[in-house]
Design a protein around this ligand. Structure first.
Ligand code: C2O
Ligand code: CU
Length: 490
């Protein structure tokens, strides 16, 4: 069933948990996976590609036959997939039709700080925001979502999120499935809870936030994917508030990881499981063998240092179906997987100008909560830094950095496994494990507007597990603009 099987007892034991099991994703009543439409762009006189997004309220049939009040971009839930090429000048007109202030953050995008869409770029109800920049990073599966300080979890949970695909010459040339919606499938995985009348249940968050018992893929529960080709590429986003997924197929078939957060890996990595914490992406290619293949979240093989008494309430022992791939007869041929994908220039940790360390504990980073008026540090442009990140709690966190894609130098002193050796912007940080990250800050400097780094478990982020940095030119002094905290809380 789609309702979480193995671990759901723990979830359902939470007071306030009232919803019954939801129908199976693989039953006769299941619906085909909706594919978010590609956003259309107009080209302005200066040659910039111009997109329009409008955040608003609506209602969505997330559960078959029930109507749920939701928020979305250009529709009732989620948003169109934005697609742009490296080198494109792009511009957005973003209108806020919500009853409260929001922001739109380009997760994973290298973008000037004033257009980053973090908590400093608030769009009041009825107001418009018009960011513009030139795309300059490798092809990748990125995403966009609200980031208003203190309300991010609620805004994302209600449905505001979309994918942002970047293409470049390398992703064009590589022989992977690439027909959007046909053999190159966006897959936004979220977990939700419903009240008996079908409303989104926002009550009773666990220590890692809202943990749902119903899996919603691209905005509906109970989806399946008809597959017409021999292989299919899934661009998977964990768009959940706090849930971590240990993804694999129910028959344990091998698949290949071809890209992580910031773009293609050096070569396809054969795996039977891939872990995604909130905000992370994985692009996988899976071969069909004529029978249905059920993508599942599996219980984590280990509790990864999580306090044993609490591990169940973090969802890591849950096991449940997510999406059934249903091959048709006479599939169209797909090319064999290429042996290599992309060249990833390694950042040199020995050349780091600065080392910093970050301890994640109890809604704080290095013992401090987010203060919109505190700049925590200021890297210099065109320098490499090495950051040591350690979760010293006995519950899960992850770590996300704006503006850059980073590389994992080592994990507890050992080189990262192949699936974590590519570009990342978010990394799952289980308790006690020490990650060293190499980051290089380039191109955009601004003494007035900071970028964020934070835990991407959205409750933790909202609670202030976040800090701010400026990227400065040599000799430049920080001159942050004073901010008033937004008032969306509650
Ligand atoms: Cu996906 Cu600071 O966010
Ligand atoms: Cu956290």
């Amino acid at each position: 069933p789609i309702a979480l099987s193995a671990g759901c007892a723990a979830v359902q034991s939470n007071p306030g948990q009232s919803n019954p099991a939801q129908p199976s994703p693989v039953g006769a009543s299941s619906r085909p996976l909706p594919i978010p439409p590609l956003a259309t762009a107009t080209v302005d006189a200066a040659g910039a590609r111009h997109f329009t997004l409008s955040a608003g309220t609506g209602s969505t049939e997330i559960l078959a036959g029930k109507s749920t009040a939701t928020w979305g971009f250009n529709g009732s839930m989620l948003g169109p997939t934005i697609r742009a090429r490296r080198g494109d000048a792009i511009a957005f007109t973003i209108d806020n039709g919500l009853p409260e202030a929001t922001t739109v953050h380009w997760h994973g995008m290298h973008v000037p700080a004033r257009f980053d869409g973090g908590p400093h770029q608030t769009i009041e109800p009825g107001a418009r925001w018009e960011p513009a920049w030139t795309v300059n990073q490798p092809g990748a599966t990125l995403w966009y979502h609200p980031h208003p300080h203190g309300s991010t979890e609620k805004h994302v949970y209600r449905g505001l999120a979309g994918l942002f695909l970047v293409d470049d010459d390398v992703t064009d040339a590589v022989n992977l499935p690439k027909t959007y919606g046909v053999d190159d499938i966006p897959l936004i995985i979220q977990d939700k809870r419903f009240t008996p009348d079908g409303a989104l249940d926002e009550s009773d968050p666990t220590d890692i936030g809202l943990l749902g018992d119903t899996i919603v893929t691209n905005g509906i529960a109970g989806a399946h994917l008809p597959v017409r080709t021999e292989r299919v590429r899934l661009r998977i986003l964990n768009g959940s508030s706090g849930r971590m997924y240990n993804l694999g197929f129910s028959d344990d078939r091998e698949f290949h990881l071809v890209a992580s957060d910031g773009g293609l890996l050096a070569a396809p990595v054969p795996l039977t499981r891939v872990r995604l914490s909130p905000g992370e992406r994985a692009e996988i290619v899976v071969a069909m063998d004529g029978s249905n293949a059920l993508l599942r979240a599996h219980a984590f093989e280990d509790d990864a240092g999580l306090d044993r008494g609490d591990a169940a309430s973090f969802g890591v022992r849950d096991s449940f179906g997510i999406l059934e791939l249903r091959p048709g007869a006479n599939p169209d041929p797909s090319a064999a997987l290429p042996a290599t994908l992309a060249t990833i220039a390694r950042l040199d940790p020995e050349s780091a100008a600065t080392q910093r360390s970050f301890e994640l504990q109890w809604f704080m980073i290095n013992g401090a909560q987010m203060d919109m008026n505190r700049i925590d540090f200021s890297p210099g442009v065109d320098t490499t830094e090495v950051w040591t990140v350690r979760n010293i709690d006995d519950w899960p966190h992850n770590f996300h950095v704006h503006d850059v894609q980073f590389q994992i130098v080592d994990i507890d002193g050992s080189p990262p496994p192949a699936e974590l050796a590519g570009w990342k912007d978010t990394v799952y940080t289980p308790p006690g494990v020490r990650f060293r990250l190499a980051l290089r800050f380039t191109e955009y400097t601004d003494p007035t507007v900071p970028y964020m780094y934070h835990c991407h478990l959205l409750l933790h982020e909202d609670q202030g597990m976040m800090g701010q940095f400026l990227v400065l030119e040599p000799g430049q002094q920080p001159a942050p603009m004073a901010m008033t905290m937004p008032t969306n809380h509650g």
